[in-house]
Design a protein around this ligand. Structure first.
Ligand SMILES: Cc1cc2nc3c(=O)[nH]c(=O)nc-3n(C[C@H](O)[C@H](O)[C@H](O)COP(=O)(O)O)c2cc1C
Length: 164
């Protein structure tokens, strides 16, 4: 039986929700590891999840990705800014580059994730401008994410990995 590991970093729970959604799809007894990055994992396929920090994955995931040589890898992440698929693609592209050449990327997924209230407070304290307005609107839109449609899209993206 193929063995899987779900290795993820999540500060406020958004990426964890994606990780739990993937775990629910795995055949019983096939999940060898579920948790934060901590050294190399023993599994045939690794689902690796990250939250976006300054346009790329958080540092713990950046340090973990190079250990995935020879494995099948599915990348998933959440980011505070959404609405533009090109933005997610850009982040995923940056993260992908941290994988060793021998890793076999077999899918990726990203969606928007809500941000802490302190971020809105910071936006509110800025002088009014179209950029401030756009950030406030994005913040409010993010509050609903990841939503059920995001999770369904994730399930669809993961399916081919489990059927392979
Ligand atoms: C320190 C910090 C930096 C962040 N930088 C970005 C960023 O560059 N781009 C972005 O889209 N979101 C950024 N975010 C938002 C988070 O990536 C987003 O809320 C994510 O869903 C959090 O995932 P988690 O709940 O799994 O921790 C940042 C959040 C924090 C706390």
């Amino acid at each position: 039986m193929t063995s899987y590991a779900i290795v993820f970093s999540s500060k406020t729970g958004n990426t964890r929700l994606l990780a739990e959604t993937i775990r629910a799809l795995l055949p019983e007894g096939s999940c060898a590891y579920f948790g934060p990055p901590c050294g190399a994992v023993e599994a045939d396929a690794v689902f690796c999840g990250f939250w976006t920090d300054k346009g790329t994955c958080s540092g713990d995931v950046a340090a973990f990705l190079p250990t995935l040589g020879g494995k099948r890898v599915f990348l998933f992440g959440t980011a505070g800014f959404g609405g533009d698929p090109a933005y997610f693609e850009k982040i995923l592209g940056t993260v992908r580059e941290k994988l060793p050449e021998t890793a076999k990327l077999c899918g990726s997924f990203a969606c928007q994730g809500k941000m802490p209230e302190a971020v809105r407070k910071r936006y509110e304290s800025m002088p009014d401008s179209p950029a401030r307005q756009a950030m406030l609107e994005n913040f409010d839109k993010a509050l609903a994410h990841p939503d059920e449609a995001d999770l369904e899209a994730l399930r669809e993206a993961v399916k081919p990995v489990l059927e392979a």
